[in-house]
Design a protein. Structure first.
Lengths: 209, 209
DNA sequence: GTCTATATGGAGATAGAC
DNA sequence: GTCTATCTCCATATAGAC
């Protein structure tokens, strides 16, 4: 019979349905009718409560990493940790990231993506970085991090996925770490090697622990 | 008036119009009518010649990078060079990359993106890499490269763009180089602070095969 | 080969009775 | 606040006359 609900409950039902559908099928792949059906209400109510499909998207699809306590580790292991947190994040983050990315043809969604990238991928790192060029390094790190998610989630590189979480954390984390705490040439007591071009011995997959 | 043209000319006109519009406005943002209008023909002809909008997209939107400049560069400067080539690539690559990315909700377009990523970003690097784990390293490199384009073109990180081409090449190139020729501790000069002075503008001429 | 006309379906959004 | 009914617009795709 689809009994009437209170206004607040309806609003919540719409929000929940929208969040889920947008996350799973993106902005274009979700219709107002789909949302209404899932919330078991009339399509007109969706517009009535949120004004438009676009506003509803912007209200429900937010990228947040609130595992920030997990990032409370020494700076020299922040790289690994950050990758770890991302890879262990649930389906939520993945879906939201994909929805924002694929919807970024829409200017408003593009703005939201831009802000989300800043908040989730750049800012948490920049806060920890010392040095005058901390901002640039954090932004390069944001690009690097985004690249991993792009390769795994958007491209869906099967061979990269098959590498497995632990090795990805180790290798890509080390790469990120390079950006957070660039290894200076002199600290580890290496002699001032003047011959830069050395024929590469193979392997050595872990430049830094 | 819209006088008649030959079949081949019409087909070409459609193809050209589609390539341009898809690249500028994406798959969802381009209608068959838009394409027909730009080609100055009837919308029905678009379908008649190419079967569907989707097939037309797949036929006209291809990501190709000219990897010739990468062939003769020494392995230890391939990282910088690769970033250079990407950043100097024209509006074409950017548009195609964005169209594929934003259209990747469509399974066929996702497949195309996957293949393009492999061909353009992974394969050219893997060819040059020695070692048993060359494949993995090339894929990690592909992720890294994709991340830069993502940050610059999708997110549109203004502060990162403002860094400028040369410094991006230098810093992000050094990062990529870490993956191509890993070094336990820095040997090839400071990784990122200033341009490490081995420009090697264009290498020795070499016959194409 | 080309074009006119149209089929068919789905979208977002609205009007107005209850 | 909610729902029924509908509006308007636009999409891809097709049928059939020239």
């Amino acid at each position: 019979m689809a009994r009437q609900r209170s206004g607040a409950a309806t609003r919540e039902a719409i929000r929940a349905a929208a969040a889920r559908l947008f996350r799973d099928h993106g902005f274009a792949g979700t219709s107002v009718r789909d949302i209404a059906a899932r919330a078991d209400i009339d399509p007109a109510l969706v517009i009535r409560h949120f004004g438009s499909k676009e506003l509803l998207f912007l209200e429900t699809v937010r990228l947040t990493i609130d595992d920030e306590p997990l990032l409370d580790v020494p700076l020299d292991s922040l790289g690994r940790r950050f990758i770890e947190v991302l890879l262990d994040s649930g389906e939520d983050i993945r879906g939201v990231y994909l929805a924002l990315l694929r919807g970024s043809g829409n200017p408003q969604i593009a703005d939201r993506l831009s802000a989300s990238h800043e908040t989730a991928f750049v800012e948490p790192l920049r806060r920890r970085l010392p040095g005058a060029d901390a901002d640039v390094r954090a932004r390069l790190a944001g690009a690097l991090v985004g690249g991993l998610l792009y390769a795994l989630w958007v491209v869906g590189d099967e061979h990269l996925i098959a590498v497995g979480r632990d090795e990805l954390v180790s290798r890509y984390g080390a790469l990120l770490q390079q950006l957070l705490t660039p290894v200076p040439t002199g600290t580890t007591g290496t002699p001032g090697a003047t011959a830069p071009t050395s024929p590469r011995p193979t392997a050595a997959p872990r430049p830094r622990r």
